[in-house]
Design a protein around this ligand. Structure first.
Ligand code: C5P
Length: 211
């Protein structure tokens, strides 16, 4: 039977790390759905167009898979614009089939798929077999992001990282279409005080009870 895992949660909570480990442990294909919104934002930034609705929708519809591998999609400015374009319902609609298609048709040899994002368990894959909501305190998440930026050699100010992250989370939670929230049947894991191994073990115990 195909195994589909939906992972949602705010920025820098540890969703990506967990998703990659689960993908390896259960032989699943992995899609970081945030990269689709980031790719849309990056193609807008490169076109020099304002993130007005028609341009953003066109960018989402014409999104090229190659762009998802561009290191620029990880830049803070791209993430910020991604959360702005993600609030536009027609942008979300344009990216929905891509995400569902990925989950429904995992590559040959894979047992299924794991997707992470903000609305995977609630909107994209409401019937996912396993749903996880990964969160952590604002301060813990901002500190992780701050250290990541430092490790990349970028100049960063912790207070600024915290403020930007809160602003982005607030936008993701308050939007009317597909706001970030845990699905009713999601296991919520607060990773503030846990390392990646502990989070992985909790998730794995939960998944092994379901499958
Ligand atoms: O997860 P990541 O930080 O890469 O996501 C960038 C932005 O894309 C988020 O702030 C959010 O606004 C948007 N997003 C979304 N729904 C998803 C994944 C990401 O709205 N499923």
């Amino acid at each position: 039977m195909t195994l589909t895992i939906a992972i949602d949660g705010p920025a820098a909570a540890g969703k990506g790390t967990l998703a990659r480990r689960l993908a390896a442990a259960y032989n699943l294909a992995y899609l970081d759905s945030g990269s689709l919104y980031r790719g849309t934002a990056l193609s807008l930034l490169r076109s020099g167009l304002e993130p007005a609705e028609p341009a953003a929708v066109a960018a989402a519809r014409g999104l090229k898979p190659e762009l998802l591998a561009d290191p620029e999609i990880r830049a803070e400015a791209t993430g910020k614009l991604a959360s702005q374009v993600a609030a536009i319902p027609a942008v979300r609609a344009a990216l929905l089939d891509w995400q569902r298609g990925f989950a429904q048709h995992p590559p040959e040899g894979k047992r299924g798929a794991v997707l992470d994002g903000r609305d995977i368990g609630t909107v994209v894959l409401p019937d996912a077999m396993v749903k996880l909501f990964i969160t952590a305190s604002d301060e813990a998440r901002a500190m992780r992001r701050f250290k990541e930026l430092q490790a990349k050699g970028e100049t960063a100010i912790y207070a600024r990282v915290l403020e930007d992250m809160r602003e982005r989370d607030a936008r993701d939670t308050a939007r009317s279409t597909a706001p970030m929230r845990p699905a009713e049947d999601a296991l919520i894991i607060d990773t503030s005080a846990f390392d990646a191994d502990q989070v992985f073990r909790q998730a794995k115990d939960h998944i092994d009870q379901i499958i």
